[in-house]
Design a protein around this ligand. Sequence first.
Ligand code: FE2
Length: 391
Amino acid sequence: MNQIRPKRVDTMLDLASYPIKHRIERVALVNNHAIVDWSDGRQSRFHALWLRDNCACPTCRHPQALERRHIFIDEAEPRLASVKIGATGDLLLTFEPIHESRFDAGWLRHHCYQDWARAERRQPLRLWGSELEQHLTIVNYADFMETDRGLVTWISALMRDGLVLLDGAPARTGEIQRIAERVGPIRYTNFGVIFDVVSRPNPNASADTPMGLELHTDLANWDHPPGIQLLFSVSNDAVGGDSVYGDSFKVAEDLRREEPEVFDRLTRQQFDFRFHDDSCDLRARGPMIQLNADGEIERVRFNNWLRSAFDIPESEIEPTYHALRRYWLRLRDRRNQVRLKLKAGQMIAVANARVMHGRDPFDPNTGYRHMQGCLMDMDWVRSRLRLLERE
Ligand SMILES: [Fe+2]
């Protein structure tokens, strides 16, 4: 596997930088915990086992691979023998069984697991309705391609809003691939690498007709749908064909608050999705609104033309149709939609786990409409941002 070699192997064998915004003022050993008082008045409590497990000395963590070597189950339960602050502000520890560890203060603060610290590290989403039309982030193509700042702005907006517009690109086929590869690898799907969205005489997908497309997420029929869809406008002269976007998380949060039984059903009930043609038959099953262990929404699967017949207990059929109807009607509410017409040379990016996309019908006899799209995984986008943040 290709791995970027560390430029600098510091005490934590970690390539990310952890600026020290708060110094360690005091440390005490209490009940086999290191109690750290920070210069901003915060306090952290670190378990001996957690500290021993995360020791980054070259014995415990491989100095080139930067991966953990220490296997905590192979050692007796560690006891903290001493704690003190080192000359450079690090935390210095000794353990029984005998071992010495050094923790960088910035790393320690960044990994503190007290509730206040975990809350500090959360990256809030900005949920939106139609008001986003007034402050959608628009990044200039040249800034995006040539400056780190442009790329950081684009990725940050995508992570916060799930929707970002790129403007001013050369309106030519294939340009989308250059744009995507500025961020990371394109994901290969049943649509290939780059797919064309044009009206075709023999379409194998609804997108390749002039029909309107209801709001949807892409590839709901995959176990792990791609996290990002890019759509580049090569030409958009036909009458109609405006793009529509909806924040499925925002609408789901409205449901959670106002129709909790509907929300609850959409988080528990399994839905089946399927795409098939001559070359594939791809199916996935999952809740429409997927929650993480903290009860936060982490993914929405919503795609009417890929939705299969319900395969659920008889008693669930009617309430499930009701729940789907309630969610869908809210999504169709203009107040929950951002609408825009993609000009030639513009590209929209949507966070496909969250933001739905759709379009109005268009009349192919009034002009040429040609979009190119591709899909990516969000892992690469987040990774790209972390690399930029190292600088
Ligand atoms: Fe789509």
